[in-house]
Design a protein around this ligand. Structure first.
Ligand SMILES: Cc1cn([C@H]2C[C@H](O)[C@@H](COP(=O)(O)OP(=O)(O)OP(=O)(O)O)O2)c(=O)[nH]c1=O
Length: 200
């Protein structure tokens, strides 16, 4: 039976990751305001916010399977989200320079009518090169950092900042699609068909 899948995300990267797999999905953006200040472990925080995003959209599309996701950086016991401005981005990049951090993405798959709420998370280690000031300047001027957790995007020019990663690459970009597919399979969802469009 056809099951509608809606990706509750405004992130173009998440949409691309689903498209890459040929998943048949629609998308819309949730209106959840994130609060990263809660003092709970990073995996709990990202799954909680992902669940809020998914429920926010599933209240409207109660019959569909809604996917919500949230990505944060974890560095020396601190959770880091998107930069507030260029200075904040610069501060974050200087802090991550030459060090290891972790990227956590939480995902929630919600179907309100069927009372389903599956949650999962993935963690990836990212090692940054030692970043020179000119490199940080160049990167800040590229405008890439501003809408991304940790002030970088590994899939773009930000790849130049990264020495190596240990773990799932897609998770860093914003959606651990391998783990999501495992859950789809368990839920008997076979969402292949290869087109996507905004919810009508
Ligand atoms: C670390 C990293 C993050 N990011 C992005 C993924 C997410 O879009 C963003 C983290 O912010 P999120 O709050 O997880 O997501 P979002 O606000 O962009 O989209 P939505 O809530 O509507 O789903 O950072 C990259 O694109 N590349 C990277 O290497």
């Amino acid at each position: 039976m056809y099951q509608k899948i809606i990706l509750a995300s405004g992130s173009p990267r998440r949409r691309e990751l689903f498209t890459k797999l040929g998943i048949n999905f629609q998308y819309t953006t949730s209106t959840v305001k994130e609060n990263l200040d809660e003092k709970i472990p990073p995996e709990k925080l990202v799954m909680k916010i992902a669940t809020m995003k998914a429920y926010n959209v599933s209240n409207i599309y109660t019959e569909a399977f809604i996917i919500g996701a949230d990505t944060v950086i974890y560095f020396e016991n601190n959770i880091i989200g998107k930069p507030t401005d260029e200075n904040d981005a610069r501060k974050t990049l200087r802090m991550l320079s030459g060090k290891k951090h972790e990227v956590y993405t939480g995902v929630a798959i919600v179907n309100k009518n069927k009372s389903i709420c599956e949650r999962l998370f993935q963690r990836t280690e990212v090692y940054f090169k030692k970043l020179s000031e000119p490199l940080i300047d160049w990167y800040i001027n590229s405008d890439e950092p501003m809408d991304k957790s940790g002030s970088y995007g590994i899939q773009g020019k930000g790849s130049l900042l990264v020495e190596k990663i240990v773990g799932d690459y897609d998770n860093v970009v914003g959606l651990p699609v391998g783990k999501v597919m495992e859950t789809f399979t368990r839920l008997n969802l076979a969402p292949f068909g290869g087109f996507s469009h905004e919810v009508q």
